[in-house]
Design a protein around this ligand. Structure first.
Ligand SMILES: Cc1cc2nc3c(=O)[nH]c(=O)nc-3n(C[C@H](O)[C@H](O)[C@H](O)COP(=O)(O)OP(=O)(O)OC[C@H]3O[C@@H](n4cnc5c(N)ncnc54)[C@H](O)[C@@H]3O)c2cc1C
Length: 472
C-alpha cells in the first residue's frame, strides 16, 4: 500500500504483516507471553521499541524470589546461570532510623538478585529460541480496531508497518500507550486508572570499594513520604540502591534524597555509580478486568505488581504465561470476544490478584497516616513482636489479627497509638474478607457487576475506617 506523509511530499511503502498473536513490549511479561504462545504453536511476533543493544535495560531493584518464580516455558537454568549474580539472599533487613533494626529470615528457597540487563537479554533470547519472532526498533503507535482489536500500527526502523493479528497482547509496561487507543466501550476493561495510583521510582547500580556486610540480605529503610529506600546487593560489591514515592504524595527529589542517604552510609565512601534509571510502577490493585475483544494486558500494563513492595517480576511472568495460554485456546475455538478471554482474568484474580488487592489496603491505611506516626509505632513495639507481626517473609500475614491483639495488650509504649493500632486491626480483618471476595471472582463477564458491587462495598468500609481518600 502506498501513502503520503503529513507533508504530502514523500510516498512510502506500507508493509502489512499477519500473525496469530502480536505482543507489544519485550519485558518480563511480553517475553513470557511470546515464549508460551510460540511453545503452543502460534505464529507470534514480539515488538520492542528499544534497539537490540538496549533490550533488557529496565529500571528495577533486581530482587526476585528465585528460579521458581518463572513458568517453565524457557530454559530457567540458563537464565539462572547467566543472570542470577547473588543467590544467597536469606533475610530482609529493615533499618529503623529511630532505633532497633529488624531482621526477617526467609523460610524455604533463598531469594536472588539479578543482573537485570542480562536477565532481560536472556528472556528475549529465550523467547526467540522457542519460536517467537522478536523485532526491535519497533515503536507501536496505535491499534487497528473494528468491533475488536485486530492488530497494531507501528514504526519499525523508521518505516511504518502494520501487524494484523487475532490477539494483541499489551505488555508495554506502566501507563501503556495502547490503553489510550483501544475503544473499551461495552467491555468491563478497567479504565479506573489514574497516575496517583502509581509510584515514581529511581535506582542506581553502585560499585563499592569494599564488600558490604549485608550481601545475604535485601535492605529496606522508610523514606519521609510513604515509600522506602532499598539496597539490594547484586554481589558483595555491586549494590542496587533506589527509592520511590507514591504519586498521591508531594513529589520527592529522588536523586538527591538517594545521594544524601548514600553519603551517610560509610560503605558507599569512594563508590562508583555504574548505571542510573527511573520509571513509574503501579502501586494499586490489579486491573479488575484486563481483557477486551482481541486484546489482553499483562504485567505492569495491568498493575500486576505487589503494591507494598513494588515486586512485579513474578506477576508479570505468570500473567504473560496465562494470557498466552488462554489466547491460544480462544484462537483455536475461533472466538476472540471478552467472554472467550475472561478465564485469564479469573486466573489472575484468584491467584496473586487477591493477595495484591489485599496488600493495597495497607497502602491505603498507610497513606492516611503520617510516616512519623507509623515509625513511632514500629519503634515502640518490641523487636521480636514486630518480626512476628510482619510474618516470616516480611509481609503482613493473616494471623496478624491475633498477633495485633496481643501487641495492643502487651506493648505498654504503644498506648498513645491505640486508635491507629485498632485501625490496623480492622484493616487486617477487611483484607481477609477482601481475599475471600476475590476467591469468588466471576467466571464469566455477566456476573462481573454483582461481584464489583460487593467488592466496592467492602472498599467503602476501608475508607470509612481509615478516613483515607477513595483510591478508586
Ligand atoms: C525502580 C524500580 C524498581 C523495581 N524493583 C523491583 C524488584 O526489585 N523486584 C521485582 O520483582 N520488581 C521490581 N520492579 C517492578 C518490575 O520491574 C516490573 O513490575 C516488571 O519489570 C514488569 O514487567 P513488564 O514486562 O510488565 O513491563 P516492563 O519491564 O516495563 O516492559 C515493558 C516493555 O515494553 C516496551 N514498550 C513500551 N511501550 C512500547 C511501545 N509503544 N512499543 C513497543 N515497545 C514498547 C518497553 O520498552 C519495555 O521493554 C521495580 C520497578 C521499578 C520501576
Amino acid at each position: 500500500m502506498r501513502f503520503f506523509n503529513r507533508a504530502g511530499r514523500k510516498s512510502v511503502l506500507m508493509t502489512t504483516e499477519t500473525r496469530d498473536m502480536v505482543v507489544v513490549g519485550g519485558g518480563t511479561s511480553g517475553c513470557f507471553a511470546a515464549a508460551t504462545a510460540a511453545q503452543k504453536g502460534l505464529d507470534v511476533t514480539l515488538l520492542e521499541r528499544k534497539s537490540e543493544d538496549d533490550g533488557g535495560h529496565i529500571a528495577c531493584g533486581d530482587a526476585i524470589k528465585g528460579k521458581s518464580t518463572f513458568p517453565d516455558v524457557i530454559d530457567r537454568e540458563y537464565l539462572r546461570e547467566e543472570s542470577f549474580t547473588n543467590e544467597n539472599i536469606r533475610r530482609a533487613l529493615f533499618m529503623n532510623p529511630r532505633g532497633e533494626n529488624y531482621d526477617i529470615p526467609f523460610k524455604g528457597e533463598s531469594g536472588a538478585v539479578v543482573d537485570r540487563k542480562r536477565y532481560g537479554e536472556v528472556l528475549l533470547e529465550e523467547a526467540e529460541r522457542v519460536g517467537a519472532e522478536v523485532e526491535f526498533n519497533t515503536v507501536v503507535k496505535d491499534v487497528i480496531q473494528n468491533g475488536r482489536v485486530k492488530g497494531i500500527e507501528a514504526i519499525q526502523n523508521g518505516e511504518p508497518i502494520t501487524y494484523e493479528a487475532d490477539i494483541v497482547i499489551d505488555a508495554a509496561g506502566s501507563l501503556s500507550l495502547l490503553q489510550d487507543k483501544v475503544d473499551f466501550d461495552g467491555t468491563n476493561y478497567d479504565t479506573n486508572v489514574t497516575y496517583q495510583q502509581f509510584c515514581s521510582a529511581y535506582r542506581e547500580v553502585i560499585e563499592t570499594p569494599e564488600p558490604v556486610e549485608y550481601d545475604d540480605a535485601i535492605v529496606f529503610k522508610p523514606t519521609e513520604e510513604l515509600g522506602y529506600l532499598w539496597y539490594f546487593p547484586r554481589t558483595a560489591t555491586e549494590i542496587n540502591a533506589g527509592l520511590g514515592f507514591q504519586m498521591n504524595k508531594p513529589p520527592m527529589e529522588l536523586v538527591s534524597v538517594l545521594k544524601e542517604d548514600l553519603e551517610e552510609q560509610p560503605e558507599f565512601d569512594g563508590a562508583k555509580v555504574k548505571d542510573k534509571l527511573g520509571a513509574a510502577l503501579p502501586t494499586r490493585r490489579p486491573y479488575d478486568s484486563a481483557v477486551a475483544p482481541g486484546f489482553m494486558s499483562v504485567g505492569d500494563a495491568a498493575a500486576h505488581v505487589n503494591p507494598t513492595t513494588g515486586g512485579g517480576i513474578p506477576g508479570a511472568a505468570k500473567a504473560g504465561h496465562w494470557a498466552a495460554e488462554v489466547a491460544t485456546e480462544a484462537i483455536s475455538d475461533g472466538t476472540l470476544d471478552e467472554s472467550a478471554l475472561w478465564e485469564y482474568n479469573h486466573r489472575v484474580q484468584t491467584d496473586f490478584g487477591k493477595k495484591f488487592a489485599a496488600m493495597d489496603l495497607y497502602n491505603i491505611f498507610g497513606g492516611a497516616h503520617e510516616v512519623d506516626e507509623l515509625t513511632n509505632i514500629v519503634t515502640a513495639l518490641p523487636g521480636e513482636m514486630l518480626v512476628d507481626l510482619m510474618g516470616k517473609k516480611g509481609a503482613v500475614s493473616l494471623s496478624f489479627t491475633e498477633k495485633i491483639k496481643a501487641a495492643v495488650v502487651t506493648a505498654f509504649e504503644t498506648r498513645g497509638h491505640w486508635s491507629t493500632l485498632r485501625e490496623a486491626y480492622q484493616v487486617n480483618q477487611l483484607a481477609a474478607e477482601l481475599k475471600s471476595i476475590y476467591n469468588d471472582y466471576p467466571t464469566t463477564p455477566d456476573e462481573f457487576d454483582y461481584w464489583e458491587a460487593r467488592r466496592d462495598e467492602l472498599m467503602q468500609e476501608v475508607y470509612d475506617v481509615t478516613g483515607a481518600e477513595p483510591k478508586y
